[in-house]
Design a protein around this ligand. Structure first.
Ligand code: TYD
Length: 207
């Protein structure tokens, strides 16, 4: 009788950073190098993409902060169930552009809802799925904002002050969980930052 060994779980890697930190480029590079599933939040499934369109639409300044947090969490719940968890279970590495920490930073601190209540909401939304490693691309918020250009979404539009609070929150979250986070200096060329990311992935995950 042959006993099949279970498929080893995939590794779950998340990138976080303020708006304009060059995160999406680094996500793309790492995912293609690791032959990983590349995905992003809010979004990643048809339902989550519809929620994304609603929550980022600048035409809705009246969207309340609690609604914003709930919509981010709802998009995430669907993304975890439909895409992230099945990929990990089948042994695929997942590289995701933003995850729960974005809600802690933008809704918890940026919008002032409180980190703990947003953490609890997301515990429910994700059934407790946490990344193996979160890479925080730490860029100077003012320089990052200059890179954003003209067309801002509803959250980017909330201004520079939110941007600084977001970056401070990431620094705080990274220092609270040094085993699960790595902070990368995101100032420099795309290649320089990518080399730092690759070194961190090799050191922390052996990938
Ligand atoms: P996006 O265009 O994907 O920006 P970026 O390239 O900076 O990731 O827009 C996502 C926006 O949504 C961004 O401003 C951060 C915000 N956001 C939250 O406020 N909470 C969340 O939980 C997530 C996932 C994103």
């Amino acid at each position: 009788m042959s006993v099949e060994s279970p498929t080893p779980r995939g590794t779950f890697i998340v990138f976080e950073g303020g708006d304009g930190s060059g995160k999406s480029t680094q996500v793309e590079r790492l995912a293609s190098r690791l032959h990983a599933l590349r995905t992003r939040e809010p979004g990643g499934t048809p339902i989550s993409d519809q929620i994304r369109a609603l929550v980022l639409d600048p035409a809705h300044p009246e969207l309340s902060n609690r609604t914003e947090a709930l919509l981010m969490a709802a998009a995430r719940a669907q993304h975890v169930d439909e895409r992230i968890e099945p990929a990990l279970a089948s042994g695929t590495t997942v590289v995701c552009d933003r995850y729960v920490a974005s809600s802690l930073a933008y809704q918890g601190v940026g919008r002032g809802l409180g980190v703990e209540v947003v953490r609890e909401l997301n515990q429910f939304a994700t059934s407790g799925l946490v990344p193996d490693l979160t890479i925080f691309l730490d860029a100077d918020p003012a320089a990052a904002r200059d890179r954003l250009g003209e067309s801002l979404d509803r959250i980017e539009d909330a201004g520079a002050e939110l941007g600084e609070r977001v970056v401070d929150t990431y620094r705080m979250l990274a220092s609270a969980e040094p085993d699960r986070w790595v902070v990368i200096d995101a100032n420099g060329t795309i290649d320089e930052v990518a080399a730092r990311v690759d070194a961190a992935i090799a050191e922390r995950l052996g990938l």
